[in-house]
Design a protein around this ligand. Sequence first.
Ligand code: F6R
Length: 621
Amino acid sequence: MSARPPQRIKTMCGITGYVGTKSASEVVIHGLKTLEYRGYDSAGVAAFVNGRIGVVKAVGKVANVEKRIAELGTLNGATCGIGHTRWATHGAPSDKNSHPHGTDKVRIVHNGIIENYAPLREMLVSKGFTFESETDTEVAAKLIEYHYDNCKNHEDALISAMRDIIGSYAIAVMFSDCPETIFAIRKDNPLIIGVGKNENFVASDITAVLEYTNTYYQLGDFELAIVTRDSVKMMDMKKNAVEHPLLTATWSVEAASRGGYDHFMIKEINEEPEAVRKTLHPRIRNLLPNFEEENLSDERLKNAKSVTFVACGTAMHAGLVGKTAIEQLCRVPVKVEIASEFRYNNPILTEDDLVVVISQSGETADSLAALRLAKEKGAYTLGIVNVIGSTIAREADNVIYTWAGPEISVASTKAYTVQISLIYLLTIKMAYLKGKISESEAKEYTRILYEDMPEIIKATIAREDEIHEAAKSFCAYSNLFFIGRGIDYHLAMEGSLKLKEISYIHSEAYAAGELKHGTISLITPEMPVIALATQEDLYEKMISNIREVKARGARVMLIAREGAKDAANEAEKVIFLPRCDQFFNAIPLATVLQMLAYFIAKELGREIDQPRNLAKSVTVE
Ligand code: F6R
């Protein structure tokens, strides 16, 4: 049978493992259910029972595996086990392809991609190994077994496998001759070791074990963990002991559940006011921005000759808001780079440049690679990251955490809103340090951001019915345009991304003034236009653009400042932002665009929290 080519698309697999005194299958199944939001097509559990490793797996929901475990009773009494949810974008989901993989000797669950699995498989076949699945994971399992047969040492076998494997992986392993022990290795794929009392855990995401513990270690790349009921040992490839700080997740179990909302996405939008408050509060002292806790020195901000934001997708769009804000207030040149392009553009950076890597997950492969390159070039790197102890947070010279709490919906909402709020705070600090604004101006900007903004976002969310109505009357199209000028153009890009991502309606974000240079040929009565006009000085120009598209038959929805002149006469639908200093209008505008995308997708009956082909954390390049 020919092997399928390695996938370059990130699957949304999840790992959980448990060793303690409770029923391993119950804890593991609970963890897998918590990870269900990632999307998956099959699941499985392996656990030690009577000196053997029993395995139960099934296509479909975790509940199927749970039912099978109950019917078979073969995992009863087990107190150590590993489990997995698999989501494949190519190749049929089947019992055979689902994890755990391996033989009676070694069982593993794996997230990521073994890029060189074909030659490894060939090598193993030549040594007499046979394969029953088409997966790269089975190759990793047999590779570990092969090394173990040769060296008879668990750690050496895993280290040898790490040497052989090219690709990204988080792997949890059980050896049948080492009961009540889970081994774990990782490279470029998140893996945490949850630490409890008389019990420990392994998981791809802290949310999987939050029910039991909120303290955990982040395993580093090319490291090995040996986890038993009462000990966690971590080591590097040379078997030197490695120490990581014991981290505490501030996220509650409730924060990671839907809590009565139809979708995580709308729940997370509703959490924005509190998330903004929580993120800004610790960084304000004497009514001024203060980043002393983060050891971000005033000198560093004051002397920065340029700022480069590097990120992907929505996080990159947060950088675009930062560009407008910083250039306007600090008069410092700002570049915004798509992380996946950064490496190929041979970026020009010096020690005086500040490189800010924005990432909700802190694990995005492209952003991580860009961060490493920026460090290599000598730039000072700052991470704006939501997940404590994630790889970008650990590797950046400095990190400012966004306290958005867990973001479960694949489409980023509250993380983005918090990222831009934090970037505004940094902007105020920088402008003040550079003498571009006075102390009283800095205090007033800070006050608006911290005191007014959560209320402004709340007032925006309260316009839900209006936004829903607008969504209903614009949802029946296959194509759509977002237009804007200045910062509104950057928000148009984010609004368009969000809409495409969850509603599958194609849309374009266009600088309004650029339409007439070619693209206006696409404007017809079948091409509605969402016009963003939140900046007073650009308003009249935007109105001209709106008239241009209306003259070609387009229906127009306008999102504008409250009190914008004649708005109701210019567009078929108008959504007004609550009153706000226009410098910060991007924040409530983001909320409107997120809700608009949400309600359009809802009207179309889409799988909002798990859009097709997408993963929450993209750990392949
Ligand atoms: C879109 C979205 C993505 C992410 C991007 C970066 O709604 O969520 O575009 O923003 O994949 O992810 P992080 O922020 O985890 O680096």
